[in-house]
Design a protein around this ligand. Sequence first.
Ligand SMILES: [Zn+2]
Length: 297
Amino acid sequence: MKCIICGRESSKPVCEVCAKSIAMDFPFILNKGLVVSDERSELGDEPDILFHGDLERLNTLAKKALGGEELASDDYLMLSKFALQFHRKFSFILDNLELGDNYFLNLAREFASRSDNNEAKYLLAQAYFEAGAAEESETILDGIWQEHRDYALLYGKVLVANGKWGRAMEIYNEYLKENEEDVEFWSSMADAIYASGNYEDAERAYLRVLQLDKDNSRAWYMRGLCLKNMGKWGGAMQSLQTAIRKSPRYKEAYDALLSILMERGMYNRALETLKKMKEAGFDVDRKIAEVEAKVIE
Ligand SMILES: [Zn+2]
């Protein structure tokens, strides 16, 4: 493929040279707001919509920082926070530019490392974790996790990713002793138990989440997986169906339900489920044909 800007041979529509030149002028890559307006919002509030003025401010500050200018600590924090957000929301832009998939995460790390306070360390730990470097993330959080609820929550997840479930559970337990009704902590606790392979206790922990928040579709889904792993098919199917009822476009829940139905030879119900998926907007025509063929057999 040839670069659409300069015509050089490139593996993506915009070659490395052109992409780097764009990144130099506009470190956040986007330079136009998502709505037509010159307005500026309060960037500190992590807005869903970015106005021209917001992007202009982000790009200008980022350019200064990358050019070696000294910024206020809060500015580094804001830039790092937005680079993380851009990674989560706008990574798909990177499909068109030869900048590497972790461009925004690298940016987040760069900004976070310019500031020295705990929040900056927390942002740095997030950027490492999301880039798949859970060990670096653990080292950073080791020293600060006790300072803030969110740090402890991330620390637990990082420990689970590093296979240290027991330690993660200890940390969650310690926090839950004082904050029994924190749904997110219960949910993370359940994930840690699930990762350790103890599906019976994990199921109980997901039930605790559901006692506090009965519409939590992920907990219904995860409870379904626990029951599936324990061979309790009926309960698993019910739990997965509840997850789907709460979130009608929950792809993983449909997939888990279908895998049980197919494994158990329940092709008619699999067909019903696929038709529901189709109604929900999933492209499942080929799968429907496959299962229909099995029903006829
Ligand atoms: Zn080019």
